[in-house]
Design a protein around this ligand. Structure first.
Ligand code: ATP
Ligand code: MG
Length: 402
C-alpha cells in the first residue's frame, strides 16, 4: 500500500496555551530540517495536527527521521483516496486483506471534517464495517481495544485512511527553550545529558576541551562522533573545540596535586560560561552524576560551581550509572563512549584528588595562575565545526562566526 501522507500528532506542546503557535512553528521548522533530503514533502501544520504530504517520497525512509524529532507524540502514515463511498469500501477491503491474519479484532473510526460528505461518521462506520464483514464474515468487532483500528478521515481534499500508529520521540521541539552549552567529554554521561536537554527543547552546542599532544586526535574524533549521534535530533550541532593544554600544564606546575581536579574543573566551567556568553546561550549542561567520582561529591560541586551564577543543568545528576547506560545504549552512544581514548581529565588526573575541597584554598592556589591570560589565550584558539546528522563535517575558523 502506498502512503500519500503522514499525520503527526503533537505531544506535550498541546498544553502550552499561548505559546502553542510558536511551538508548532518550531516543530514544523525542525521537521523541515530533518527532511531536507526529501524535497517533495509538503508540511501543513495546523493547531491540532501536522500533515506531511509525501508527494511521492518514500514513507519508509521518511518515518525513521520523524522518530527522532522531539515534540512528536506519534504519527500515522495514511493513504489518500477519492471521497467516494464505493472507493472507500474497496480501499478498506484492500487494507484488511493485506493485514488481517484471521485472529485480530477490528474497529472502524470514521471522522468527517468535510460536512458536505454524503455520510456522517456514524453511517460511515456502519458502511465500512459492513464492507469488512462482507470479506471476513467471522471477524470480531472490538470497540475499546481493537487489534486493528482503521481510521478514516473525510477532509476537503480527500479521504484519508490509516491503520498504524508509530511512537514519536515525545518531549518538546528543540529550540523552543533557547540555547545551552553542553560540556561534552568522550564519556558515557555527557551525551546522555545532551539528549535529555534537547528532549526538553534546548538547542545545544557541544563544548569539548582538548589537550594535545596529551590527548589524541582519536579522542577528539570520538567527541565529534558522539556529537554526530546527537545531531539527527536537530539536523546539525555546532561543535566547539577548546584548547586546554596550557591551562592544564600551568595547573600541574603551580597547584598542589590535591587541588588539580577542582581547579581544572573551575577553568572548564569559566571557559564554557564565556563561550556561552559569546554565542548567546542561556545555560550550561553537563554530565555530572552525584557521587560517581571525586569531582562529583556535593562539596566538589559547590567549589566548582562557585565560578558562575549561570544555571548549570545536570540532567543525569540523580541517575544510577546503569540507568544512564541504558539510555546511552538506546541513543547509540554507548559503544563509542567506551572506546578507550584518554581525555584531558584522565591524563592529568591526580592520584588523590580532594573529595572535600576548601574554597579558601582553591582561591589561594588560583592566585598563582595568570587566570585572565590563560582564559584569553584559550578562547583565541577555539575551533568551531558543524556536525551534521550524516557526520559529514564542515570546518571553519571561529572568526567567521562572530
Ligand atoms: P562523562 O561520562 O560525561 O565523561 P564522567 O562521569 O566521566 O562524565 P567527569 O569526567 O568527572 O565525569 O566529567 C564530568 C562532566 O564534566 C562531564 O560529564 C562533562 O560534562 C564535563 N567534562 C569532563 N571532561 C570534559 C571535556 N574534556 N570536555 C568537555 N566537558 C568535559
Ligand atoms: Mg569523563
Amino acid at each position: 500500500m502506498k502512503y500519500s501522507e503522514i499525520m503527526v500528532r503533537y505531544g506535550e506542546l498541546s498544553t502550552k496555551g499561548k505559546n502553542r503557535k510558536m511551538f508548532i512553528m518550531q516543530l514544523a521548522e525542525n521537521v523541515r530540517r530533518a527532511l531536507v533530503d526529501f524535497p517533495l514533502v509538503k508540511i501543513h501544520a495546523d493547531r491540532d495536527r501536522m500533515h506531511l504530504l509525501l508527494n511521492g517520497e518514500d514513507s519508509q525512509l521518511v518515518m525513521p527521521k520523524l522518530q527522532k524529532i522531539f515534540g512528536i507524540q506519534n504519527f500515522s502514515p495514511s493513504i489518500r483516496v477519492e471521497k467516494d463511498v464505493e472507493v472507500l469500501k474497496q480501499t478498506v477491503q484492500e487494507i484488511m486483506q493485506s493485514i488481517y491474519t484471521g485472529k485480530e479484532t477490528f474497529k472502524i473510526t470514521a471522522k468527517r471534517s468535510d460536512h458536505d460528505f454524503v455520510l456522517d461518521s456514524g453511517e460511515l462506520n456502519v458502511a465500512l464495517g459492513n464492507a469488512v464483514f462482507d470479506l471476513f464474515p467471522a471477524i470480531q468487532v472490538q470497540m475499546k481495544h481493537p487489534d486493528i483500528n482503521l481510521r478514516v478521515e473525510i477532509r476537503r481534499d480527500g479521504a484519508y485512511l490509516s491503520y498504524e500508529t508509530l511512537l514519536g520521540a515525545g518531549g518538546l521541539p528543540v529550540g523552543t527553550a533557547g540555547r545551552g552549552m553542553l560540556m561534552l567529554s568522550g564519556g558515557i554521561d555527557s551525551p546522555v545529558a545532551g539528549y535529555f536537554a534537547m528532549k526538553r527543547g534546548v538547542e545545544i552546542e557541544a563544548v569539548h576541551f582538548a589537550s594535545p599532544p596529551y590527548t589524541s586526535e582519536q579522542a577528539l574524533q570520538k567527541a565529534k562522533d558522539l556529537t554526530s549521534k546527537l545531531a539527527p535530533y536537530v539536523g546539525s550541532i555546532q561543535f566547539i573545540e577548546v584548547p586546554f593544554t596550557e591551562i592544564q600544564e600551568e595547573i600541574k606546575r603551580r597547584v598542589p596535586q590535591g587541588y588539580w581536579m577542582t581547579i581544572t574543573r573551575r577553568m572548564m566551567l569559566r571557559l564554557t560560561d564565556m563561550i556561552r556568553d559569546m554565542r548567546n546561550g542561556l545555560i550550561i549542561i553537563n554530565g555530572e552524576s552525584l557521587g560517581q567520582v571525586a569531582s562529583q561529591t556535593l562539596q566538589s560541586m559547590v567549589a566548582i560551581n562557585e565560578v558562575t551564577t549561570t544555571p548549570v543543568i545536570r540532567p543525569v545528576a540523580t541517575m544510577d550509572k546503569l540507568e544512564i547506560i541504558e539510555v546511552a545504549q538506546a541513543i547509540d552512544t554507548f559503544e563509542l563512549a567506551i572506546q578507550p581514548f584518554e581525555d584531558c581529565c584522565t591524563i592529568f588526573a591526580p592520584p588523590q584528588p580532594k573529595t572535600r575541597p576548601q574554597l579558601e584554598k582553591v582561591l589561594q592556589y588560583e592566585q598563582r595562575l595568570d587566570l585572565e591570560g590563560l582564559l584569553a589565550r584559550s578562547l583565541a584558539g577555539l575551533k568551531v565545526s558543524e556536525i551534521r546528522a550524516e557526520s559529514e563535517q564542515v570546518n571553519f575558523e571561529f572568526d567567521d562566526l562572530l
